[in-house]
Design a protein around this ligand. Structure first.
Ligand code: TXA
Ligand code: MG
Length: 351
């Protein structure tokens, strides 16, 4: 099947194409959609056959549940069995935006969508075109990131085409993603609420609204064999370029020095702009200035994907400090590295 691309940068003047795109969702088709975080591969979340087609196109394991994308907090009670006050407080503070809440599900949401769990993830994305498509479709849109399973997420329509050409009927090109890492996932079915995936909404910002949030083990380290994360997707090796990745944590002057000492000519480096000149013989992807976390979030997946277009066989990456958006950027780098991290902060190195 030839994949059609709709160029829809904004709503005005594109009303007909938005209706056409919504119609694809309504009849059970697959539609790649832009969001502020990463591109999603959308389908009617209540239609089991449509949801099955998402798993097939991505090559995604069927026990890995999908997030429902909704038009606003007024849709929560349609799909969630209980909606605690914290959910409304968080929606008020961060929706539309990069926050997914895990809540008890209603039976109307099929098992296929939730991977058989009795909870469901819900988020309202901050992209006017996608919100208009969801409204016009009148159904929640199940959408995982639009990459092939295991590859880095897509932050522009071209990357989606690279992974999904011929596999899906259409892609909505709504421009580059403004946030660049996926949504933060918070589980509101446990006390205290638990961060399952760091993302575009910083942990500190959540805690300002609802108090203490626990951080799931899968966020910061590799799980032991047999250990089950609460977000099933966190157990898979993710975002991985073909080359072997090593992440360096600690003071950036030290991490830059370490890379210089260990890298072989022609190797790959992901570094802050300030250090790029230190690696003249390497293939470099700059994350942005060390102090600009938003820029680092926008660039991290691009960096990981781009190396697959080169012959690089080893990549060293400087990890940002893990506060604010840095927690999400560091998590994506570490997952790409299979948690192969060299910590230069402590006296003893942990490999
Ligand atoms: O920013 C985002 O969240 C993007 C855009 C497209 O909205 N979507 C996204 O979806 O990242 P996906 O499928 O790539 O990642 C969703 C994660 C997976 O790790 C999945 O296991 C977890 O959310 N998840 C979904 N439903 C869950 C549930 N009921 N309980 C625990 N984890 C859940
Ligand atoms: Mg994903």
């Amino acid at each position: 099947m030839k994949t059609k691309i709709y160029q829809i940068p904004c709503i005005q003047g594109h009303e007909e194409e938005i209706q056409e795109a919504a119609q694809i969702i309504r009849v059970g088709g697959l539609l790649a959609i832009p969001t502020e975080t990463v591109y999603g591969l959308g389908a009617d979340a209540l239609n089991e056959a449509a949801v099955a087609a998402i798993y097939a196109a991505k090559g995604r394991p069927s026990d890995n549940p999908l997030i429902l994308h909704v038009a606003g907090a007024h849709w929560l009670e349609r799909y969630c069995a209980q909606v605690p006050p914290a959910a409304y407080q968080l929606a008020e503070a961060f929706w539309p935006g990069p926050l997914t809440m895990i809540l008890p599900r209603k039976d109307i949401v099929p098992d296929r969508t939730t991977g058989g769990l009795n909870t469901v993830g819900v988020r309202c994305p901050d992209h006017p075109v996608t919100l208009a498509i969801i409204e016009a479709a009148g159904v929640p849109v199940a959408a995982p990131s639009a990459n092939t399973s295991g590859r880095p997420s897509c932050t522009n329509a071209q990357d989606v085409l690279e992974d999904m050409a011929e596999k899906i009927p259409a892609i909505v090109d709504g421009g580059s993603c403004q946030v660049g890492v996926e949504s933060t996932i918070i589980d509101l079915t446990v006390t205290p609420p638990r961060l399952l995936r760091p993302g575009g909404t910083p942990l500190e910002a959540l805690e300002e609204i609802i108090g203490t949030v626990a951080v799931d083990k899968a966020v910061t380290g590799a799980l032991k064999p047999g250990e089950q994360p609460r977000a099933p997707g966190m157990k898979y090796r993710h975002y991985a370029p073909h080359a072997k990745v090593t992440v360096l944590t600690g003071d950036s002057v030290k991490t830059a020095q370490y890379i210089r000492q260990h890298i072989t000519p022609g190797g790959g480096v992901i570094c802050f702009d300030e250090y790029a000149a230190l690696f003249p013989d390497c293939v470099i992807h700059q994350l942005g200035p060390e102090g600009d976390q938003a820029e680092q979030a926008r660039r991290v997946f691009d960096a990981l994907r781009e190396f697959d277009h080169t012959k690089v066989t080893e990549i060293y990456a400087q990890c940002p400090e893990e506060t604010g958006l840095g927690l999400a950027v560091g998590n994506r780098l570490k997952k790409a590295a299979g948690f192969h991290v060299v910590n230069l902060q402590e006296k003893e190195r942990t490999l």
